[in-house]
Design a protein around this ligand. Structure first.
Ligand SMILES: O=C(O)c1cc(=O)[nH]c(=O)n1[C@@H]1O[C@H](COP(=O)(O)O)[C@@H](O)[C@H]1O
Length: 237
């Protein structure tokens, strides 16, 4: 049976490919992520289809711009009825506050459930060498902690981080804070471009509330079987 803690990333580029995957995975998966690849290819119809199928939708467009532009974008995405969406924590306090206010006001105006907002911290494809190359002065762990604290203060509901930082964020930001971790690799999968990753059970054990899993399921020879293995692995966590 489905487990809302698993969010499957639909990183494909057509509505048809998306529908095929969702049909294949059936009742096993209740939560899907629509990211840039799919949204820029197939647009809002992707979200509408998933909602019609009774799925939860995480729209991951990683907004990062001046506060007014981000706030107006959050209003537009709120109208689509998504459950979760992302913005970059690096956009800063006023951008995050404006986004949180926009989601609150637009959902109240439409009398729909408020989408939860997630601040992206440091991407899971970045290791310490890559981090220093872009000017990182402290460690990745320190930076993620700073961004997670700022996100909470700014009215954001949770973070996207690697599972390596989940434990500290959970300790700092309390039990209700959402900690969504990509960079998940079951023992049967390859790392691909992920650098800071761990297994599904370890990530949950360390405090993640949700796991984003793409290729280990979607590119598996048998996606349904891969999803079943992951669901079995996390049953006891
Ligand atoms: O925001 C994200 O979802 C995200 C943040 C991050 O730091 N790392 C990361 O991999 N992601 C997304 O999570 C998914 C991971 O996919 P797989 O590596 O195929 O499991 C992709 O859709 C990425 O866009």
């Amino acid at each position: 049976m489905a487990d809302d803690r698993i969010i499957t990333a639909l990183d494909v580029h057509s509505l048809e490919d998306m529908k095929r995957l969702v049909e294949t995975l059936g009742d096993r998966i209740s939560f899907y992520k629509v990211g840039m690849e799919l949204f820029y290819s197939a647009g809002p119809d992707t979200v509408r289809y998933l909602k019609e199928q009774g799925k939860h939708v995480f729209l991951d467009l990683k907004l990062h711009d001046i506060p007014n532009t981000v706030a107006q974008s959050v209003r537009a995405l709120t109208r689509l009825g998504v459950d979760l969406m992302t913005l970059h924590g690096m956009g800063g306090r006023s951008m995050m506050e404006a986004a949180a206010a926009a989601a609150r006001e637009e959902s109240a105006r439409l009398q729909i459930a408020r989408p939860r907002l997630l601040a992206v911290t440091i991407l899971t494809s970045i290791d310490e060498t890559a981090w220093r190359e872009v000017g990182g002065a402290c460690s990745i762990a320190e930076e993620v902690k700073k961004l997670a604290a700022l996100a909470k203060e700014s009215g954001i509901d949770g973070t996207v981080s690697s599972p390596y930082e989940a434990r500290e964020i959970r300790e700092m930001n309390g039990p209700d804070f959402l900690i969504v971790t990509p960079g998940i690799r079951p023992s049967f999968a390859v790392a691909d471009d992920q650098k800071r990753f761990t297994t599904p059970s370890q990530a949950l054990h360390d405090g993640a509330s949700h796991l984003v899993i793409g290729r280990p399921i979607t590119k598996a020879a048998d996606p349904a079987c891969a999803a079943d293995k992951i669901l079995e692995e996390i049953q006891e966590v």
